[in-house]
Design a protein around this ligand. Structure first.
Ligand code: ATP
Ligand code: MG
Length: 287
């Protein structure tokens, strides 16, 4: 299911002296089955943008079309069935572990499926499947979510969203606060989920994640869309203009090029592809 923004503006505290235009005339298409990364400085409007996708916020102007759901500034045009929308669009908020509340892990994960109408046994089964998928074995099922480590809590929270089987998964900084191994595992899990045809929306400040995982990147600045392109296109530009970091992989490759290694930036996504490109370039040099 694609997501289409049509001239969407959003003002916080409209009609008050504190009114703030957080989105300004956003036109944007997020494609089905792809990973779209949303990047931009703190306060550029990323979280405000994603909250329009499951109608936590309604546009003050324009509309967002999510499949057959319309989230419009015009109340008459706005779809009413929030229940179906929220079943389709799963949101993993930043620090989702703060939203855990049940007394056992399995009950917490089963809450979403129960809420969306599954019977108790069926919901528990969906919960167990989701827990195994995020790498938490049976020994976690009956534990209290409050007695887990931060990374384990994050996994439980993510399992809670996966158990409802959303077709669009919106992730706001999903790896912040995780150790590098857990961050990598979590991203690998999202890649798996994408293979089922799930559309991923990834909000992040980590440009290496963007380079490795995104098909499309949307750069925001002061509530506007500054650029929509592939990560390769973005990172080949001068990034100061966008106040973005260069991914470490690109920084390394550019230094190597400066030092005379004939490396091509094309096809560089992560450390493995960098190592491969480097070997190729060095072998060529030897000949
Ligand atoms: N509840 C609110 N009331 C008033 N202004 C708000 C509110 N929430 C956000 N804003 C303002 O709207 C703008 C966009 O905020 P938003 O949270 O969308 O930014 P962001 O790009 O997600 O930032 P970050 O990278 O820090 O998460 C900011 O200037 C912020 O101060
Ligand atoms: Mg945010």
């Amino acid at each position: 299911m694609p997501i289409q923004f049509e001239k969407v503006s959003y003002t916080y505290e409209k009609k008050s002296p504190f009114a703030h235009d957080a989105l300004k005339g956003v036109d944007l298409l997020l494609e089905e089955g792809k990973t779209s990364a949303i990047v931009g400085k703190t306060g550029s409007g990323k979280s405000t943008l994603i909250q329009q996708m499951n109608a936590l916020l309604n546009p003050t102007e324009g509309k967002v079309i999510i499949g057959d759901f319309i989230n419009s500034a015009n109340k008459k045009e706005r779809s009413k069935d929030l229940f179906s929308l929220r079943k389709k669009v799963g949101m993993v908020f930043q620090f989702p572990e703060y939203q855990l509340f049940e007394d056992t892990v399995e009950k917490d994960v089963a809450f979403g499926p129960r809420n969306f109408g599954m019977k108790k046994e069926e919901a528990l089964q969906a919960a167990h499947e989701a827990l195994r998928r995020v790498g938490l074995d049976e020994s976690f099922d009956k534990r209290s979510p409050f007695q887990l480590s931060g990374g384990e809590k994050r996994k439980v929270a993510i399992a809670g969203i996966l158990a409802t089987k959303p077709s669009i998964l919106v992730l706001d900084e999903p790896t912040s606060g995780l150790d590098p191994a857990s961050a990598e595992e979590t991203m690998a899990l999202f890649e798996e989920i994408k293979k089922d045809g799930t559309t991923l929306i990834l909000v992040t400040h980590d440009m290496d994640l963007v380079l490795k995982h995104a098909d499309q990147v949307v750069v925001m600045e002061e509530g506007e869309i500054k650029k929509v392109c592939t990560p390769e296109e973005l990172f080949s530009l001068s990034l100061e203009e966008y106040s973005l970091d260069t991914p470490k992989v690109y920084r390394f490759a550019k230094k190597a090029i400066e030092k005379g290694i004939p490396l091509s930036l094309e096809g560089l996504h992560d450390v493995s592809s960098l190592a491969e490109a480097l070997c190729k370039a060095l072998r060529k040099e030897k000949k």
